[in-house]
Design a protein around this ligand. Structure first.
Ligand SMILES: Nc1nc2c(c(=O)[nH]1)N[C@H]1C(S)=C(S)[C@@H](COP(=O)(O)OP(=O)(O)OC[C@H]3O[C@@H](n4cnc5c(=O)[nH]c(N)nc54)[C@H](O)[C@@H]3O)O[C@H]1N2
Ligand SMILES: Nc1nc2c(c(=O)[nH]1)N[C@H]1C(S)=C(S)[C@@H](COP(=O)(O)OP(=O)(O)OC[C@H]3O[C@@H](n4cnc5c(=O)[nH]c(N)nc54)[C@H](O)[C@@H]3O)O[C@H]1N2
Ligand code: SF4
Ligand SMILES: [Mo]
Length: 746
């Protein structure tokens, strides 16, 4: 039987159709979208290598098949098999005990993006706690924390993108740290860029790495020194001023804070953007020559790209998220938005306001799925602050990004991690996180619900086996863009005793006395029907489960014939359609940020701020190389880290420029030690000219595998990264990381 379904996807950046061949209760083959060749309005959803290799994950011999309880020390990874009854009893009893001893704020469900099929995923644990008095919540993401916060300071919203079908109207596309050919950012993003290029758009890629996007989609690659993009963006603004390329009309009527004449109320006489660019206050003129010294990009290149971007016709500046997962990541997001605004690319077909770029008119994929309910505890921390909430919850307050109350009431004492590897592999500074988790006096009970014994799961007190999304009913909407819904019928029975996250949480709910409230009497299939009903709000003629099963369509798409353009109304009439900013206009100068009174770290106009670890700092004497941990085709974060086909296709390597290798006597393929004061790892290297000298890349998501002396042999970049968070968004800054490398001697 060939059944259309969705790739279990995890948090991969896409949502693709798969065709599964099922024989005798076993999936024997997965193929990509088999529908007719596509048009722009309803593009096909063609799977990447990870989806095609999924069977290696589905039937991996290491799948967890029964509940287990820790024996031995926390983190040793030794467990004994127990029954489901006992496991659920223990989970409920520990939740009760911690709640009664420390209060709801001691319970915590960390960020976990392993599943979005609705009946699987971390939201099922959130519903459990929300229905039983609440727990400490999370806020923002590891993904684009700075983009989330910074975009609205300029535009008052995160919906700043035109629908992707509009990209073909663009004449010039700046892929700024954006790598849609490898870092999937919506299934079809790379395809749309190609369509635009075929219609004559010039495509420029600005990235320290010559990514597959640079190679396959772009006309030009600009290798920039990581963490310095704001300098280039500022110098481009300088060129625009110098050559009279600023869209003066748009700035005058639609923006505040560009120059003295457009300062917002209450900020007259403060430093405008023009003041900053021309160096009127700080005495430093932000010329292309100034930027060349910082970014390593030749001044002529900066000048030319500024000219091209401002005069090519409608132009898009598309931001990736890597460059904001950095020390002062807020600034680059704002600087990109400002460049888009002062060139008048806001609110027009083929243009882009930059920033987060959720698509107009409604933001694309909005979670309408499994209702989690409100968290009655009403308090949340930034996702990446969980270690601090464990160590010093009492001391955390609004200045640390706490929402809902001034200070936390308690430290976190129980963690229920569902579909999350964010306690070890995916959180910054793994060695530190491991020390925190190993201390049984801190987190008193740790439940991990996963499909594998991940490095996070090794620290579990209770290990609960989740089935895969192929083994139950599910439904997924598009990732970020969401013009479609994909239906996942149950293909096969759950492996061993594994159950859906929904079923497991229902079992705990029952023991907490809220079973009926939790399930509302529905099984997974009935919940999918219910969720389809909720999504009918956005997709009016959405089929129900019976119809999906009968048609084997797999996907329901809303064709986009007339792509929406963000801010089109505002563009036409800014008075009648003001933005949701304090001034109602594009805020190049933000009075809100100004009032925070922290100009060095959170300036009112976007500024280049030297990173806290950088090639220009004292630390570079010992650790001269900038380490990135890119999102690569081999994995979805740490999901698929143990997939043998993907390991074969994309072996974990540290990518090094030959110039840096030669200086250290390193040859291609040598085992290389990468280290700083936080940790060290040893993996083979790959020498390549596709990375800027001074930069190395260790693709994020490999499983941590420490040897006896604590050296990671798995190649997890987070043994090197810092837990320090960005000043305004309290986002992770994993990509700001200085290291040294040397040849590993046997
Ligand atoms: N294949 C794959 N795709 C994915 C994911 C995955 O795990 N695997 N994860 C998905 C998720 S959840 C997310 S949030 C997104 C994340 O997407 P991103 O955060 O955009 O991905 P990264 O690879 O970290 O960064 C993108 C590019 O930015 C470059 N870069 C890093 N620092 C800088 C800088 O300072 N300046 C410039 N100009 N470029 C810089 C990197 O070299 C990289 O090529 O990806 C999604 N897509
Ligand atoms: N250094 C560095 N670190 C990063 C990043 C970076 O760029 N650099 N990127 C960050 C980003 S953007 C993100 S989004 C996070 C992602 O971090 P996580 O949300 O932790 O994502 P994964 O590592 O994929 O872990 C998901 C886990 O869910 C499990 N899983 C899969 N399907 C299911 C299911 O159906 N049910 C259950 N119960 N479990 C399931 C998988 O086996 C896996 O262990 O990582 C962040 N960490
Ligand atoms: S992009 Fe995501 S949904 Fe699509 S095949 Fe790859 S992993 Fe699966
Ligand atoms: Mo992410």
């Amino acid at each position: 039987m060939r059944i259309r379904t969705c790739c279990p996807a995890h948090n991969c950046g896409g949502r693709c159709l798969l065709v599964a061949t099922v024989e005798d209760g076993v999936i024997v083959r997965l193929e990509a979208d088999d529908r007719r060749d596509d048009d722009l309005a309803m593009p096909r959803l063609v799977a990447c290598a990870r989806g095609r290799a999924y069977l290696q994950r589905q039937y991996h011999p290491d799948r967890l098949t029964h509940p287990q309880r820790r024996v031995g020390k926390r983190g040793e990874g030794r467990f004994e098999r127990i029954s489901w009854d006992e496991a659920l009893d223990v989970a409920a009893a520990e939740i009760r005990r911690v709640r009664e001893t420390y209060g709801h704020g001691a319970l915590f469900v960390p960020y976990g993006t392993g599943a979005y099929s609705n009946t699987n995923g971390s939201h099922l644990a959130r519903r459990l706690f929300n229905l039983s008095g609440g727990c400490l919540g999370i806020e923002n993401t590891y993904s684009w924390a700075c983009t989330n916060r910074a975009t609205p300071t300029v535009y008052g919203t995160r919906i700043t993108g035109n629908q992707r079908q509009d990209q073909v109207n663009s004449r010039y596309i700046l892929m700024w740290g954006w790598n849609p050919a490898e870092m999937i950012d919506g299934t079809n993003s790379a395809w749309f860029v190609k369509q635009a290029r075929e219609r004559g758009a010039r495509v420029v890629c600005i990235d320290p790495r010559k990514t597959l996007s640079a190679v396959g989609l772009a006309d030009e690659w600009v290798p920039i020194r990581p963490g310095t993009d704001v300098a280039m963006l500022t110098a481009m603004a300088h060129v625009l001023l110098d050559e009279d390329l600023v869209d003066r009309d748009f700035v005058r009527t639609h923006c505040v804070g560009f120059d003295a004449a457009t300062m917002p109320a209450g900020a007259a006489g403060e430093e405008s953007y023009e003041d900053y660019v021309l160096g009127r206050r700080d005495g430093v003129e932000k010329t292309p020559a100034w930027a060349e010294a910082i970014t390593g990009v030749p001044r002529e290149t900066i000048r030319r790209i500024a000219r091209e971007y401002a005069s090519a016709g409608p132009a898009m500046l598309v931001q990736g998220y890597g460059m904001q997962r950095r020390a002062y990541g807020e600034q680059v997001v704002r600087a990109g938005c400002v460049l888009a605004a002062i060139t008048g690319n806001v609110g027009i077909p083929g243009g882009s306001a930059s920033g987060l770029g959720l698509p107009a008119p409604d933001g694309g994929s909005r979670w309408l799925g499994f209702p989690t309910g409100e968290n009655p505890y009403g308090t949340a921390i930034p996702v990446a602050a969980w270690t601090e909430a464990v160590l010093r919850g009492h001391a955390l307050g609004r200045e640390d990004g706490v929402l809902g109350r001034d200070r936390l009431e308690t430290d976190v004492k129980l963690i229920y991690a569902v579909a999350s590897n964010c306690l070890i592999d995916q959180h910054m500074n793994v060695n530190r996180s491991a020390r925190i988790l190993a201390d049984e006096g801190l987190v008193e009970f740790l439940i991990v619900q996963d499909q594998f014994l991940t490095p996070t799961a090794r620290f579990a007190d209770l290990l609960l086996p989740a089935c895969t999304a192929f083994e139950t009913y599910g439904i997924q909407d598009g990732w970020k863009f969401g013009d479609e819904l994909l239906f996942m019928p149950q293909l096969v029975e759950p492996l061993g005793e594994s159950k859906s996250d929904y079923a497991i949480c229902s079992g705990i709910a029952e023991r907490l006395g809220i079973g009926e409230a939790y399930t509302e009497g529905r099984d997974e299939r009935q919940w999918v029907d219910r969720i389809l009903e909720l999504y009918r709000d956005r997709f009016p003629d959405l089929p129900d489960v019976d119809a999906f099963e009968a048609s084997n369509a797999g996907v329901h798409t809303r064709p986009i014939d007339e792509p929406a353009v963000a801010f089109a109304d505002f563009r036409k009439d800014p008075e009648a359609h003001p933005l949701d900013t304090p001034s109602g206009k594009v805020e190049i100068f933000s009075k809100t940020l100004f009032d925070l009174g922290r100009p060095d770290e959170i300036p009112a106009v976007p500024k280049y701020v030297e990173e806290w670890e950088s090639p220009f700092g004292e630390e570079a004497r010992r650790f001269p190389l900038q380490a990135l941990g890119s999102h690569s085709l081999s994995r979805v974060h740490s999901s698929h880290a143990n997939n043998p086909w993907l390991q074969e296709a994309f072996p974990q390597r540290v990518f090094v420029n030959p110039v840096d290798a030669e200086a250290r006597g390193i040859r291609d393929g040598d085992p290389v030690r990468v280290f700083n004061d936080r940790g060290r790892l040893v993996i083979p290297c790959r020498l390549t000219n596709r990375i800027r000298p001074g930069v190395v890349d260790i693709p994020q998501g490999a499983w941590w595998a420490p040897d006896a002396d604590g050296t990671d042999r798995g190649g997890n970049v987070n043994v090197l990264t810092t837990e320090r968070l960005t000043p305004f968004a309290h986002g992770p800054a994993a990509h700001t990381c200085m290291v040294e490398i040397e040849r590993e001697r046997p």
